[in-house]
Design a protein around this ligand. Structure first.
Ligand SMILES: Cc1cc2nc3c(=O)[nH]c(=O)nc-3n(C[C@H](O)[C@H](O)[C@H](O)COP(=O)(O)OP(=O)(O)OC[C@H]3O[C@@H](n4cnc5c(N)ncnc54)[C@H](O)[C@@H]3O)c2cc1C
Ligand SMILES: NC(=O)c1ccc[n+]([C@@H]2O[C@H](COP(=O)([O-])OP(=O)(O)OC[C@H]3O[C@@H](n4cnc5c(N)ncnc54)[C@H](O)[C@@H]3O)[C@@H](O)[C@H]2O)c1
Length: 477
């Protein structure tokens, strides 16, 4: 091993080039800091290379494939429709490679020094970086830890890895699974259920509890759409054991009353727990406070228990989302630059790319009631929206939850085409503590899915135009 003799002096070092780390690097450079970004694998982290982007490539491809069966009625005819997962994989590689190149170019343009290698702390102001036989030492004034998490393997599965999938291997399959069993109630399980089912796989979704965090009416619509897509679904079952016997994967599930369910499949996805990648960094040696799962404890500025070290993204636990890592990256950079800084965990958008997608922010009706609000709700089905109708995408609805006492919007829940884009209006409204009128007064493009949200807001006062009156109102008239 070649060991650098002297510690090379740096101002700010960032460990991990995922969405948290590279956002922090660019923002800190914009704020005048000299930045060194250390990455042991690929720039872009889990999000770009295994997570957000690869999963959404499959969502996009399967949605296009699914549309083909409906285009006959539009006057377009096509023959010889086929699907080839290896070409999709090639497309995914091109997309991720281009995005990686983009991140690398941006870093260079902002004069962020990129260092390849595995970092670990030697002390509270020095870091070692190992790359093959080379070992370099850097001293720093400030550091940001953005090293992400690792999945913890599920205790009930004793099967070879190719047949057992976690959220990171689910999108790197070389061939389509014949029968994919998904055990989980998370975004990943739902997104994969739709993508793989639309591409022709048999899909069974099994979980112990309901889909976490969804408004009950959205969950009901999700189950209806899943049934329509022929995704099999079992609730209230816990995985007891998964084994591979004579080339067949067998998963045994057990209900509270002891009833067992045995499923045979080709692949089994297991929703796993995660642990922070703190051990390899030597955080315990430094005395940086972590919890029992290796998640680093931080304050509102993302500062750890050591005053010159910040931590951001998945390694800080809580909601493991790129959207949070990005917000924390900007806050940490601002804090290091001496600016007022606080990361925003107010209205984290919850997006599930089911088909059609779900996007929610703020309180569900059930949460608002539990918090003691006098709640009123407005609901508008996309079946009544002109654009949804012409695009043949009438599934889903918009629902708005508001405080009946002062008309302040408390939550926005969408399921329908374009929901992930449309939710930004809801988030802005929530962030600005908008009242119903703030959303119903502005003009909305026509025809567009946006009008679905407008009509849900109008429905709070029973004034949606493209919705029949309630039976009670119709009787009164
Ligand atoms: C299938 C899937 C779909 C997802 N979809 C979404 C989505 O739609 N929206 C969303 O917001 N989030 C999504 N996520 C979550 C998202 O990927 C993570 O929240 C995000 O990647 C966290 O970013 P991060 O920067 O904290 O860490 P990571 O992206 O995990 O990056 C950490 C980086 O640190 C590097 N590293 C670790 N240790 C060291 C070391 N010792 N030295 C040097 N480098 C090191 C790693 O190589 C890695 O590149 C998805 C995840 C998965 C798996
Ligand atoms: N559309 C999306 O936003 C989307 C889609 C897919 C996956 N994801 C993200 O992908 C990653 C993997 O997703 P997942 O759904 O498999 O995992 P998850 O984050 O939903 O959690 C998996 C398990 O770990 C537990 N857990 C998570 N964080 C914890 C913490 N800090 N302390 C204790 N327990 C914790 C959860 O309760 C759950 O049992 C996550 O980052 C997830 O948020 C996001």
């Amino acid at each position: 091993m070649v060991v650098g003799e002297l510690a090379q002096e740096r101002e700010l070092v960032i460990i991990g080039g995922g969405p948290g780390g590279y956002t922090a690097a660019i923002r800190a450079a914009q704020l005048g800091k000299e930045v060194t970004l250390i990455e042991k694998g690929d720039l872009g982290g889990v999000c770009l290379n295994q997570g957000c982007i690869p999963s959404k490539v499959l969502v996009h491809v399967s949605a296009k494939y699914g549309e083909l069966s409906k285009i006959g009625g539009l006057g377009i005819s096509m023959s010889d429709v086929s699907f080839d997962l290896s070409q999709t994989a090639e497309y995914k590689h091109q997309v991720t490679a281009n995005l990686r190149k983009g991140v690398e170019a941006l870093c260079r343009q902002h004069k962020v020094e990129l260092v390849s290698g595995k970092a670990s702390f030697l002390s509270d102001d020095r870091i070692g970086v190992e790359n093959g036989d080379d070992f370099q030492v850097y001293s720093f004034k400030a550091a940001i830890i953005a090293a992400g998490t690792s999945p913890v393997s599920h205790p009930a599965a004793a099967v070879d890895p190719p047949y057992i999938l976690d959220s990171r291997s689910l999108y790197s399959l070389e061939s389509l699974p014949e029968h994919l069993i998904l055990y989980g109630n998370d975004y990943t399980a739902i997104e994969a259920a739709f993508s793989y089912r639309i591409l022709g796989c048999e899909v069974t979704l099994v979980h112990e509890h309901g889909f976490s965090g969804l408004d009950a009416s959205i969950e009901k619509e999700l189950l209806r759409v899943m049934k329509k897509a022929k995704i099999k679904w079992k609730k209230g079952m816990m995985l007891k054991q998964a084994v591979k016997q004579e080339g067949i994967l067998k998963a045994v599930f057990i209900a509270d009353d002891g009833t067992e369910l045995e499923l045979e499949g080709t692949h089994l996805y297991l929703q796993t727990e995660f642990q922070g990648n703190s051990e390899e960094l030597g955080l315990n040696r430094l005395g940086i406070k972590t919890d029992s799962r290796g998640f680093v404890q931080i304050d509102r500025e993302c500062r750890t228990s050591l005053s010159n070290i910040w931590a951001i993204g998945d390694i800080t636990g809580g909601k493991l989302l790129a959207v949070k890592a990005i917000s924390q990256g900007k806050a940490a950079a601002a804090s290091i630059a001496g600016l007022p800084a606080e990361w925003n965990d107010g209205f984290i958008p919850m997006v599930i790319r089911s088909q059609p997608p779900i996007a929610c922010a703020g309180l569900t009706e059930e949460e608002a009631k539990a918090e003691g609000y006098k709640v009123r709700t407005g609901v508008f089905s996309f079946a009544g929206n002109g654009f949804a109708s012409l695009a043949g995408q009438k599934d889903g609805f918009a629902k708005v939850v508001s405080d009946a006492e002062n008309e302040v919007i408390l939550g926005v829940h969408l399921m329908g085409n374009g929901a992930a884009e449309l939710i930004s209006t809801g988030i802005t409204a929530l962030e600005m503590a908008a009242r119903e009128e703030d959303l119903s007064f502005p003009l909305y493009p026509h025809p567009s899915m946006n009008e679905g949200l407008l009509e849900a807001v109008e429905d709070l006062a029973g004034l949606a135009i493209h919705k029949p009156p309630s039976k009670e109102l119709a009787r009164q008239r």
